[in-house]
Ligand binder design. Structure first.
Ligand SMILES: [Fe+2]
Length: 615
């Protein structure tokens, strides 16, 4: 039995396919169409899933999407009616699509944009129209048939709308190693909810609590990120990287901006935000999602003027980032402690966009009673495609759970023959190494200080390159950070680079050793080790590590082992294989990136291309 899961009309559109409970493929649309965080319909991802399974769409029995316009409808109508009353009183009618209010329930049209309500209608007319749109989006069949160029009647699948956070929760439980676990989905917004917590047991997930629109930890982070002059979708990670440079001198302000309540709940001081009152546009006319300004003028009254993008960063920005990060951690731990009290459990499945805050994740074991944490690699919205599949398989169809998913290697792969063909077309001279020499040769290049492109096996699902679409360099060389930024990545200089470490050495280098196979945990590096691996040690002594096991990725494990053999250091610096675009997917993308940048050597499967031979 085949199940197809889809995340569409949210950031990071994606698709996943499951056969009899086994994950066959999962991939983000941005990797194919090269549009970062692409938020339209994941046509190419669906095609890839079907091709990998070797079937046509007519053989799929269940298809699900990770949004449910009918979920929480009562609350949505109440909220919209309340806002409408205010707008009518103020003589203002908003005709824009906003972040996850009723207006979020439009459906995609031919150009990948949500339908918009007519701004000149009465408010109650708008509400009616939006409910009609909600009904349309429930019918995914036509959209899918159009995208695949098949007749709608050839689809025999049963369609499911899975509420956004239930899809997140499912993605963090049904594929986890836990029979029972506490679960937390913590996010911006999806289906009118920002945070949902639950208990998973066997094939069921019981929701225990939630926080609704307009209150959201994710929205606080996004608003502050915009205020600090980082306007792009997904820029929150930059602010997380900036935080350790600052001091927490704005904690009182952030404790006022987001306040904790009884029962694990929290709420925003809405004076600081625009989304609840005026609405905030979210559009993706050109592919990448663009979010309008979320922060209100109150931010400037409290902190001074917003930093224009590109302006010099000052102590003030460092201190705001630091205070924001610490407040996010306080609020998250407040929710998590409540979740532990409710469930009595010490195993945790974590998901949602805020679960990409690896600094927060890395402190969970130190600040809450939880003892084991599972974060699947696509913890954010793309992972809801996977969650949908398992919500259908385990919860709706009540099928037994299968084995846990530990790796992220569910994307496209290419044979050596494919790669050779592409290299020959490119005209680049290349060498071929047998397996026994390949990793030794690459380890030597890394130890010699070269910038090495490492393209192997199946592409990763989720935002982190985990040794299959990676750029790998020597972490012992402090200059490597600047070299990578100057020659390839062009990132802001304050952002750290991450270490990959052989898992059995984790304890020797880090103050915690809970596995972090998906690079979603930041731990403190032991002080005596920091000077040994300066290129991956952040300003506060931390590192966002990937623990590498022989089982999950034997070739990458061997590469680091060979580097360890040469240098006595079981760590390499691992950054994603891209310049400033989505991570490379195909050999062609990798060759293009190699040509555009000043990478020294590119390993593609068993083939290697060297810069000096290119001249
Ligand atoms: Fe989400």
């Amino acid at each position: 039995m085949y199940i197809l899961g889809i995340n569409a009309y949210h950031g990071d559109a994606a698709a996943a396919i499951v056969r009899d409970g086994e994950l066959i493929a999962a991939v983000e649309e941005e990797r194919f169409n090269r549009i970062k965080h692409c938020a339209g319909f994941p046509t190419e991802s669906v095609r890839y899933c079907l091709k990998t399974a070797g079937i046509g769409i007519e053989e799929i029995e269940h298809i699900g999407i990770s949004r449910d316009p009918s979920a929480h409808l009562h609350r949505k109508v109440m909220f919209a009616a309340g806002r409408a009353a205010k707008q009518v009183a103020g003589g203002m009618v908003s005709g824009h699509r906003t972040i996850d209010t009723l207006e979020d329930e439009g459906t995609g049209n031919g150009n990948g944009r949500m339908t918009r309500p007519n701004g000149r209608q009465s408010i109650f007319g708008q509400i009616k129209d939006r409910l009609n749109n909600a009904a349309k989006v429930r019918d995914l069949s036509d959209e899918l048939a159009t995208a695949l160029g098949v007749a709608s009647k050839s689809l025999r699948a049963r369609f499911h709308n899975v509420e956004h956070h239930r899809a997140h929760l499912a993605s963090s439980f049904y594929v986890s190693p836990f029979e029972r676990a506490a679960l937390l989905s913590i996010d911006g917004f999806g289906d009118f909810i920002s945070t949902m917590w639950a208990q998973g047991e066997g094939t069921s997930i019981e929701v225990l609590g939630q926080v609704e629109y307009p209150h959201s930890t994710g929205i606080v982070y996004t608003a502050t990120t915009q205020f600090l002059g980082f306007p792009h979708y997904g820029d929150e990670g930059k602010v997380m990287g900036l935080a350790p440079y600052g001091k927490p001198r704005f904690m009182d302000e952030f404790r006022d901006i987001i306040r904790t309540d009884e029962g694990g709940r929290f709420r925003l001081n809405l004076d600081y935000f625009r989304h609840h009152a005026e609405g905030v546009d979210m559009t993706w006319d050109n592919g990448s999602p663009v979010i309008g300004r979320v922060f209100s003028d109150q931010f400037a009254e409290t902190f001074g003027p917003a930093r224009p993008p590109g302006a010099q960063l000052t102590e003030r920005e460092h201190d705001i980032a630091c205070s924001l990060q610490l407040r996010l951690e306080e609020v998250s731990f407040h929710v998590l402690r409540h979740l532990h009290e409710q469930t009595g459990l010490t195993d945790l499945g974590l998901s949602g966009g805020v679960a990409y805050n690896s600094v927060m994740n890395g402190k969970i074991l130190l600040n809450t009673p939880f003892r084991r944490v599972f974060v699947q690699p696509a913890a954010g919205d793309s992972g809801t495609a996977l969650g949908v599949c398992y919500q259908i398989y385990n919860r709706i169809l009540k099928q037994q759970r299968g084995s846990a998913i530990e790796g992220a290697y569910t994307g496209p792969e290419f044979t050596n023959a494919d790669i050779k063909g592409e290299l020959e077309r490119s005209g680049l001279p290349f060498e071929i190494y047998p397996d026994e020499d390949l990793t030794k040769r690459a380890a030597r290049d890394i130890a010699d200080g070269l910038v090495v492109g490492w393209f192997q096996g199946r592409m990763e699902f989720g935002p982190r390159a985990l040794g299959n679409r990676s750029i790998v360099v020597d972490p012992r060389r402090p200059e490597m950070k600047d070299i990578l930024n100057d020659r390839i990545k062009k990132r802001e200089p304050f952002r750290p680079f991450a270490p990959s470490i052989l898992e059995e050495h984790t304890d020797a280098y880090f103050e915690q050793d809970h596995p972090a196979p998906t690079m979603l945990m930041v731990y403190q590096i032991r002080p005596e080790r920091r000077s040994e691996i300066p290129a991956v040690t952040h300003v506060d002594g931390s590192g966002r590590l990937q623990t590498v096991s022989r089982v999950l990725n034997p070739r990458y494990y061997q590469l680091i082992s060979d580097f360890n053999e040469l240098t006595g250091v079981p760590v390499v610096l691992n950054t994603s294989f891209n310049e400033n675009e989505p991570i490379v997917c195909t050999p062609r993308h990798a060759i293009d990136c190699f040509m555009k940048t000043r990478m020294d050597v590119l390993y593609l499967g068993n083939q290697a291309v060297r810069r000096n031979q290119d001249k």
